[in-house]
Unconditional design. Structure first.
Length: 336
C-alpha cells in the first residue's frame, strides 16, 4: 500500500503545470533544432521527455477542468495558461517533421480549440507592467502558424497555409500589444520568463521562414511584391530576435540570477527557438553563414537546457528530502 504521505506525480505537478508548460516548449523546440542540424538520434531522445511532460500537463489540465471549474478558470486567466497551446503546437511541429502527419493534425486541432478561449481569458486580464509571460499570446498564435504552415507544406494544403499566414500577422499584432504592457525592469530582475521578449520574435521568424518554404513548394500565397515583403519581414524578425537575445544575455551577466526557478524553462525555449529560426531562415533566404550561427546556437541552447534540467532535478530532490525530514521531525516530537 502506498504511503498516505507520499504525493502522486499528478499532485506534485498540478501547482506547477501552467509555468512548467514552458519545459515542454523548451524540450520540444530543442528536439526540432537538433533535427534541423542533422542530429536525429539526439533529437528523438529529447522528444521523449517532452512528450512525457506534455501528457502530465494535459492530464493536470483535464483533471482540473473536470474537478474544479473555478480553479481551472483562475489558472486559465494567467498568461502561463497559453503554454498549453504553444507546447501542443511545438510537439505537433516535431511530429510533422517526423512524417507523423495524422498525429500532428490532431495536435493542431487540439491547440486550435484551446487557443481562442485561453487567449481571450488571458488578454482580458492584461494589466500594466507585466512580466515576460505577456508575450505568450504572440507565442501561442505563432506556434499555431508554425504547425499549420509545416503541415501545409508537407501536404500541399493551400487553405491551411493561408490560415497560417493570417495567424502569422495576428501574432505580430499581439506582440506589439504585449510590448506596450511589458515591464522593462524585468530584464534586470525577471526570474527567466523575460526571455520570451526575444523568443516571441524568434517563433515569428520561424513561422515566416516556413511560410516562405510553403510558397516555394508551389502554393500561391502571395504575388511577387508580397513575397519580397514577407522575406524582408522574416529577416528583420530574426535580426531583432538575435539582438534581443544578445541584450538579454548581457543583462544576465550584469544582473546574475543563478538560483533555479521553474520560469527558467522560459529562458531555454527562446534560445532553442532562435536557433531553430536562424537555421530555417538561412535555408529559406539562402544565406549560408546563418547556418553556422544557427548550429552554434543549438549547442548553446542544449547547454542551458542541461543546466536548467539539473536545477529542476536538484529542486525536486531538495523538496522531497526536505518534506521527508520535516515529517520525521514531527513524528519524533509526537506530531501527526
Amino acid at each position: 500500500m502506498a504511503s498516505p504521505h507520499r504525493r502522486s506525480p499528478r499532485t506534485w505537478w498540478a501547482p506547477r503545470a501552467p509555468a512548467a508548460g514552458a519545459a515542454v516548449m523548451a524540450t520540444g523546440i530543442l528536439s526540432v533544432a537538433l533535427h534541423l542540424v542533422g542530429h536525429e538520434a539526439l533529437s528523438r531522445v529529447a522528444l521523449v521527455p517532452a512528450c512525457a511532460a506534455w501528457i502530465l500537463l494535459a492530464a493536470s489540465f483535464a483533471h482540473l477542468l473536470l474537478s474544479d471549474r473555478v480553479g481551472w478558470v483562475a489558472r486559465a486567466d494567467t498568461p502561463g495558461a497559453l503554454t498549453a497551446v504553444a507546447a501542443t503546437a511545438v510537439l505537433g511541429t516535431r511530429f510533422s517533421l517526423l512524417g507523423w502527419t495524422s498525429v500532428a493534425a490532431v495536435l493542431l486541432a487540439l491547440a486550435t480549440l484551446l487557443w481562442p478561449a485561453l487567449l481571450l481569458l488571458v488578454v482580458r486580464h492584461w494589466g500594466r507592467r507585466m512580466p515576460g509571460s505577456v508575450f505568450l499570446g504572440c507565442v501561442a498564435t505563432e506556434g499555431l502558424a508554425v504547425l499549420g504552415a509545416t503541415l501545409a507544406a508537407s501536404t500541399s494544403t493551400a487553405w491551411l497555409a493561408h490560415t497560417a499566414l493570417v495567424l502569422f500577422w495576428s501574432g505580430l499584432l499581439l506582440y506589439a500589444a504585449a510590448l506596450m504592457r511589458f515591464d522593462v525592469r524585468e530584464v534586470a530582475r525577471g526570474a527567466g520568463d523575460h526571455w520570451v521578449l526575444g523568443g516571441a520574435l524568434g517563433i515569428s521568424a520561424l513561422a515566416g521562414a516556413i511560410l516562405l518554404d510553403a510558397a516555394d513548394s508551389g502554393m500561391r500565397l502571395w504575388n511577387d511584391d508580397d513575397s519580397a515583403v514577407m522575406r524582408h519581414t522574416t529577416v528583420a524578425l530574426l535580426v531583432v530576435s538575435l539582438a534581443a537575445s544578445a541584450v538579454l544575455a548581457g543583462c544576465e551577466v550584469v544582473w546574475p540570477r543563478l538560483r533555479y526557478d521553474v520560469r527558467r524553462w522560459s529562458t531555454v525555449f527562446p534560445l532553442g527557438m532562435v536557433a531553430a529560426a536562424t537555421l530555417s531562415v538561412a535555408f529559406a533566404v539562402d544565406v549560408a553563414w546563418l547556418e553556422g550561427l544557427g548550429q552554434a546556437l543549438v549547442w548553446i541552447a542544449l547547454a542551458v537546457w542541461s543546466a536548467v534540467a539539473a536545477g529542476a532535478g536538484a529542486s525536486m530532490w531538495a523538496e522531497s528530502h526536505g518534506t521527508s525530514t520535516q515529517r520525521a521531525r514531527k513524528t519524533r516530537s509526537g506530531g501527526t
